[in-house]
Write a protein that binds this ligand. Sequence first.
Ligand SMILES: *Cc1c(COP(=O)(O)O)cnc(C)c1O
Length: 409
Amino acid sequence: MSGVTSTPDPSSARLPERAAVVDLEAIRHNVRVVRTVAEPARVMAVVKADAYGHGAVPVARAALEAGAAWLGVAHISEALTLRAAGIEAPTLAWLHTADSNFSAAVGAGVDLGCSGWELSRIVDAAREQQRPARVHLKIDTGLGRNGVTPDRWEQVLDEATEYQDAGLLRVVGVFSHLAVADEPDRPETDVQLEVFRDAVALAEDAGCDLEVRHIANSPAIFSRPDTHFDLVRAGISIYGLSPFPDQSAHDLGLRPAMTLRTLVSQSKRVPAGQGVSYGLTYRTPGESALGLIPLGYADGIPRTSNGGPVRIAGTTYRVVGRVAMDQMVVDLGPDADVEAIAGSEAVLFGTGDDGGPTADDWARAANTINYEIVTRISQRVPRIHVDSRPAPLTESAEHAVATRAGGVA
Ligand SMILES: *Cc1c(COP(=O)(O)O)cnc(C)c1O
C-alpha cells in the first residue's frame, strides 16, 4: 500500500481518502541530526514495528542514504523483510523465541542479539548454514528485560568464546538498553553504564574482538553523550519525534515525518443539546455544527483519547464524544461554514508547522506517548511516501537539456 510520489506537498498530492503521509526527506534530515549529535559514534536506524508505523523498507533506504550505518529490528522476521527488499546493510535483530528462525537469519547475514539461551540454537543455525553467526551479546544492566544478568555474564562469555574458537560464531558486539534515559538526571543510568563498561571489559579480556559497543537510545543520544560508545540506536528521533516530555521535536531540531490526514466525511448544522456518538457523552452546548472524521480505533486512533485535535482549513477543532471503530466527530461551533468544510482535508497530526496538531498532542489526549500514537496507526490506513527533497541541480539541468531537445522528461 505504499508508493513514492515526487510531489513535495502532501496536501497537493493525489492521496487516498485516508493516508499516513511519510516524508522521506524528513527521515533523512533526522538521521543527519542524530549523526551530528552522536559523532564520532555511528548510527543504527531502528526500523522495528514497520519503522514505528512509517514503513520499514522505504524508511530503511532513506536512513541509509542519509548515512545510517546499521539497521536495527526486534524480530528476525523484520530483518528478513529488509533483506527480501534487497537491503544488505548491517542489520541486528534482538528479540527471539524458541521458534525464531535463526537459520534464516544466519543465512541472510543478519546479526543476532543474544541473551545467553539462544547460543546453542545460533550455533545449530551456523552449522546448518555452514557460516559463522555474528552475535551481539546483551548484558542486562538494569532494565530487567532481555539480556544476561551480570552474575552469569562470565559463564556466557566462556560458552560464546568456545563456539568462537570452533569457528561457529563471532562475538562482534556487546550491547544493553537503558531504562530511564528520558529523565537524564536519574542515577540509574550511571549505574547501568558502570555495569556496561565492566561487561565490555570482560568480553574483551575473554577474547572478543568487538566491532561495536552500544547502549544509547534516542533519549540518551540527546541527553547523555557518555552513553554513545561506537554506535547509537536511534528510533523515535529518526521519525522526528522527541523522546522527552519537556522538549519538543522542534527544540531538538527534528522534523516529524508522518502526517495523518483524511477528508471531512460530512458536516451539518445541529440544534443545542445534540448528543454525539455512542453513550451520548457529549451534547452541543448551543446551536452548532458537527464535522464527521472517518478515522477511528480500527485505524489506530486510541478510543480512550479525549479531545484530540483535528485541523481543518487552518482551524484546530477538538474531537467530542467517543471515538468509534471507524469514525469520530468534531464540534465545529456555531459559525462554521458547513458547505466549505464538507470534503475539506482534516489533519490529525503532522509537522506542527503553522501551529498544526502533532503526535504529541494526540499522546496527551490519549494519556500515552508519541511512540504509541504513530506506531499503532493500523494497516487500514495506507502509508504514502513522499519526498520533499529538492531535486539535485544536475537532474534539473538534465531535465532542461531533455526539454530543449524535445524529449519527454
Ligand atoms: C526500540 C529500541 C530502541 C530505540 O529506542 P528509541 O527510544 O525509539 O530511540 C533502541 N534499542 C532497543 C533495544 C530497542 O528495543
